[in-house]
Design a protein around this ligand. Structure first.
Ligand SMILES: NC(=O)c1ccc[n+]([C@@H]2O[C@H](COP(=O)([O-])OP(=O)(O)OC[C@H]3O[C@@H](n4cnc5c(N)ncnc54)[C@H](O)[C@@H]3O)[C@@H](O)[C@H]2O)c1
Length: 441
């Protein structure tokens, strides 16, 4: 045991999970949690629900379940709410997304029907491709007034659902590409921008501001800039809110961050990595817009560079060619297909190839990530961890990181960092995998 044990407030009571965007990911998550609570299914893919954590030396044989090791909110105490530009309740939205089967949705129908989307803060310049009746929006007022309206929504939800604590997870559409601008550089400039409707403040930043201002943890599931700007960090400093992002690590990028560390560990070279996807859900349609795709592409391209470190291993990785494509193909719905072709080389430079054809289900991979992020963000808040939570990089394609640091993309290093953070919070020795039962390192 180390003496670093932190005071962590109790996880008892109810936790409210608020989500901008009641689409494929959030409805699959909410319906899934309810199905799991009723014993109809298992929380596959969720580290908080299924994972264990090794403690002490291997000889000690101590590997409790994570949720028994550290106090996390219980699934039965979770309450859900959200905002969307569409009027559909959670049941109707889940039906439209066609991810979960009708018979499962029918079982939890009354529960889902009670979850009505609150009117959204929306700006069509940032999300162009939504079709249909998108009138469930907050029409009037400055961006600051809209942020205040969101804060009132948060208070009303807390009152209605009698929840003790809250977290917010962005599950709404990917916004158009945006670079950090002067208005994002400090809190005073940002708040002035909110009052003056600065066009460089997209809706996601208005939600993030509302959450962080109230000290509510914020996790960003999309690649939007959102909380990854100095003004938000300054606000976190003031209110103590923990934040994390960006872009849930599912599908193709998950595979990339599993395979690339293995190639590098064995010093196998890479000439090129070509990735293409077909997908037909609304996310795919939004990403058909070049500006939203640019946000996604930037997020997807970063991982390999950081994992392979071409500057340290030029003979193996200098100038490897990396291409990522997303093709909107409606017949596929949420059942994406991701193809990867890797041109690699081994001993004496002899070329080889790897082909991956991943027939995945996007929202099925994303839903357990939303659950884990909600529970761990709540833990961070109860442990008084504020600002960027790098230990949650495990869940993101494009992890946000402190100034002067580089993002960690290697899934296995990310996992080690996450579990060591849990050990640290509980005052347990960190595990380096150095020790052995024969040599007491
Ligand atoms: N499914 C995955 O595997 C995965 C992985 C990484 C990231 N993501 C990201 O998660 C997000 C959600 O994905 P999805 O498949 O559920 O998409 P979706 O299109 O099914 O749902 C997004 C919802 O957000 C709503 N929306 C858009 N702008 C809004 C706003 N300003 N306020 C409130 N609601 C708004 C849309 O109306 C839509 O209902 C996307 O940004 C996607 O890129 C998903």
């Amino acid at each position: 045991m180390t003496d670093g044990k932190r005071d962590i407030a109790s996880a008892s009571g109810k936790l409210g999970i608020l989500m901008p965007g009641l689409g494929a990911v959030s409805t699959t998550f909410i319906a899934g949690v309810e199905a799991i609570r009723r014993g109809m299914a298992k929380p596959i893919g969720s580290l908080t629900q299924m994972g264990t954590i090794r403690l002490g030396k291997r000889t000690e044989d101590r590997s409790p379940a994570i949720k028994e090791f550290i106090d996390l909110a219980d699934l039965n105490g979770l309450r859900f709410g959200g905002w969307d530009v569409f009027h559909d309740n959670c049941f109707q939205a889940a039906l439209n997304c066609e991810v979960l089967q009708r018979d499962l949705l029918d079982e939890v129908r009354p529960f889902l029907e009670r979850i009505q989307p609150m009117p959204a803060v929306f700006d069509p310049r940032y999300v162009k491709k939504l079709r249909g009746d998108t009138s469930n929006v907050k029409e009037t007022g400055t961006l600051m007034e809209k942020a205040e309206a969101l804060m009132r929504d948060i208070d009303a939800f807390q009152e209605r659902e009698k929840v003790d604590r809250l977290v917010m997870v962005w599950c709404a559409s990917t916004e158009a590409f945006l670079e950090s601008k002067p208005v994002h550089q400090d809190l005073a400039a940002f708040e002035k921008g909110l009052k003056e409707n600065d066009p460089d403040i997209p809706p996601s930043m208005v939600y993030a501001y509302a959450a962080v201002k109230k000290g509510v943890p914020f996790a960003n599931g999309a690649p939007n800039l959102t909380i990854d700007v100095p003004a938000m960090l300054e606000l976190c400093d003031q209110t103590g809110a923990p934040i994390s992002g960006k872009d849930f690590k599912t599908g193709q990028t998950l595979m990339k961050t599993i395979i690339a560390p293995g190639l590098k560990a064995r010093m196998i070279g890479l000439k090129g990595w070509f990735s293409t996807n077909i997908l037909g859900n609304r996310d795919g349609e939004v990403l058909d817009d070049p500006e939203s795709f640019k946000t996604k592409e930037t997020s997807k391209l970063g991982a390999l560079e950081y994992i392979l470190q071409p500057d340290k291993y030029p003979e193996l990785y200098k100038d490897f060619y990396h291409k990522v494509r997303i093709n909107y193909y409606p017949p596929r719905g949420d059942q994406k297909e991701g193809w990867d072709n890797l041109d690699i080389f081994g001993w004496l430079g002899y070329p080889m190839q790897i082909k991956i054809d991943f027939l995945c289900r996007d929202s099925i991979l994303a839903a357990p990530i939303v659950l884990d992020l909600a529970l761990f963000s709540d833990l961070a808040k109860r442990a008084n961890l504020k600002g960027i939570q790098e230990w949650l990089s495990f869940y993101y394609k494009s992890p946000i990181h402190g100034p002067g640091l580089y993002p960690e993309h290697d899934l296995f290093i990310q996992q080690m960092k996450l579990k060591n953070t849990l050990r640290h919070l509980k005052g347990e020795d960190l595990i380096t995998h150095l020790g052995s039962e024969y040599y007491d390192f």
